[in-house]
Design a binder for this molecule. Structure first.
Ligand SMILES: *Cc1c(COP(=O)(O)O)cnc(C)c1O
Length: 361
């Protein structure tokens, strides 16, 4: 039998989560964000399951090309735009849409010949990562209006920096800055990421851009997915490959950072940071063995981690172990490891085999 370490991807949960995004913003089109290989779930399988999405958003050209070569036909938006002039040939060849966030990219378009490209002009309303200054909007729009390489009409977007904190007024300020320069021009707009969709109705415009919520993870620091009626999509699972009886004071694993407080059974699970399980998950991080929550003990190693089996003394070799999934939120593991669910999902490595459930609605 092959290694039991698997990521099981529930595509019906993914479709359910898309319907939740739609329920929150029924008047908006949906650009489903599937960058970073669909947040680690497999971008092609995710795109195929999300046939109801109106468009897909990816970070870069390679991600978009992977989708086109797999036969995905919806509009695909390059959220980072392009850097080099010859990238525009690929953008045309693969029929992609482009985010323009810097005057440099306009000069690339000025030199470009050929079929017009659909454009999203991105404004920096306070995140200070990508985007043109709000004061440049009318000048940039005039510029874009004159370019043969630009399909009209252009659309306008911005990205929220703090929407995951429902108490922070940065979001309202960003919306006000966006509206101040865009409400007069009659163009389609887009503001909301998952946190915007779930908590900030004022950000629901012509297009919403859900990412993490589609994968069944809460974007907020202080809530879990289930509170938003979102269903977990990925279950990361493995099995016990050894159960050993140790004695009081025996050190467990590298560095011996954990010592058995009493004589006790210790289970060894076939998963480690080489599979994407976070090495920083400390002793006490929950793991499900036969569905029962037990504490991880000692350091996570590359291929294995250890669990305290005192509460489940009947556990044996081959018993199933869940590292995160519907019954153990990835948000909880992320918090223990000092990171966010987004990072854990993206980090699952090639060694893990992926299994897809409920592909056809
Ligand atoms: C990643 C991304 C999103 C999705 O963000 P989530 O927090 O995952 O919903 C939306 N818009 C842009 C521009 C992004 O880069």
């Amino acid at each position: 039998m092959t290694r039991a370490t698997r990521a099981v991807i529930n595509l019906s949960a993914l479709r359910h989560n898309l319907s939740i995004a739609r329920r929150h913003a029924p008047g908006s089109h949906i650009m489903a964000i599937i960058k970073a290989n669909g947040y680690g779930h497999g971008s092609v399988a995710v795109a195929q399951a999300l046939a109801q999405a109106d468009a897909f958003g990816v970070a870069c050209l390679d991600e978009a090309i992977t989708l086109r070569e797999a036969g995905i036909s919806q509009p695909i938006v390059l959220l980072e735009g392009v850097v080099h002039a010859d990238d525009l040939n690929l953008v045309r060849g693969y029929q992609l849409e482009l985010v323009i966030h810097h005057p440099h990219q306009i000069s690339l378009l000025e030199q470009a010949k050929g079929k017009a490209i659909p454009i999203w002009l991105k404004l920096d309303t306070g995140m200070h990562r990508l985007g043109i200054k709000p004061t440049q909007v009318s000048e940039m729009l005039q510029c874009l209006n004159q370019l043969e390489a630009v399909a009209q009409p252009v659309r306008l977007m911005t990205h929220l920096a703090n929407a995951d904190d429902r108490q922070d007024d940065t979001t309202s300020q960003q919306v006000a800055r966006f509206d101040a320069v865009t409400s007069e021009v009659n163009l389609q707009t887009s503001i909301a990421n998952s946190a915007g969709i779930l908590a900030w109705p004022a950000t629901h415009r012509d297009w919403i851009r859900p990412g993490i919520m589609l994968y069944g993870v809460s974007p907020f620091v202080d809530s879990l997915a289930a509170e938003h009626d979102l269903q977990s999509v990925m279950t990361l699972q493995s099995e016990l490959i050894a159960v050993n009886q140790h004695q009081q004071d025996d050190p467990i694993g590298y560095g011996g950072s954990y010592r058995c407080p009493v004589d006790m059974p210790v289970g060894v699970v076939a998963i480690g940071y080489g599979d994407g399980y976070p090495r920083h998950a400390p002793t006490g991080t929950p793991v499900l063995v036969n569905g029962k929550r037990l504490p991880l003990i000692g350091r996570v190693s590359m291929d294995m981690l250890c669990v305290d089996l005192r509460e489940c003394p009947s556990a044996g070799v081959g018993d199933p172990v869940v590292l995160w999934g519907a019954a153990l939120p990835v948000e909880e593991i992320a918090r223990r490891a000092g990171t966010i669910g987004y990072e854990l999902l993206c980090q699952v490595t090639q060694r893990v085999s992926f299994e897809y459930l409920h592909g056809n609605p």
